[in-house]
Design a protein around this ligand. Structure first.
Ligand SMILES: [Zn+2]
Length: 131
């Protein structure tokens, strides 16, 4: 149990910083929501550790963002990790069911209600989606 809690805390960086591309306030990088094939990758570990070495998409504009050496969010030239549609939709359903009695909550509704990021995930290209 303790390890689960520790992992949960580790897996949830809350930068509360503006996106360096679009200026949207990123309250959560959602680094734990990347596709299962990327879990445990050096890129994901860098994101969770809030250090350089891995990029993820901005939830609003899908621009590549990563941490610099000071832990600030900066534009990245790396190919960013993308969120898993399956994981995000499951999280939205669980959150909606638990807190709003609505198991059909959409990812866009979830990220606004749970993460205070209205407007995020609109027209998002998920890891499962072909370019
Ligand atoms: Zn952005």
């Amino acid at each position: 149990m303790w390890e689960d809690d520790a992992e949960r805390i580790m897996a949830t960086p809350w930068p509360n910083k503006p996106c360096p591309h679009c200026g949207g306030l990123v309250t959560d990088l959602l680094a734990e929501m990347v596709s299962p094939g990327q879990k445990g990758s050096p890129e994901q570990k860098a994101l969770i550790g809030m250090r350089p070495g891995g990029a993820i998409t901005c939830p609003y504009c899908q621009g590549a963002i990563e941490h610099d050496g000071a832990g600030e969010l900066v534009q990245s030239t790396r190919v960013p990790l993308r969120f898993s549609r399956a994981l995000i939709e499951q999280r939205a359903r669980d959150f909606g069911d638990h807190f709003h009695g609505n198991p059909n909550l959409t990812p866009e509704e979830w990220i606004e209600l749970d993460k205070a990021m209205p407007g995020a995930l609109r027209a998002y290209r998920y890891a499962e989606d072909n370019p």
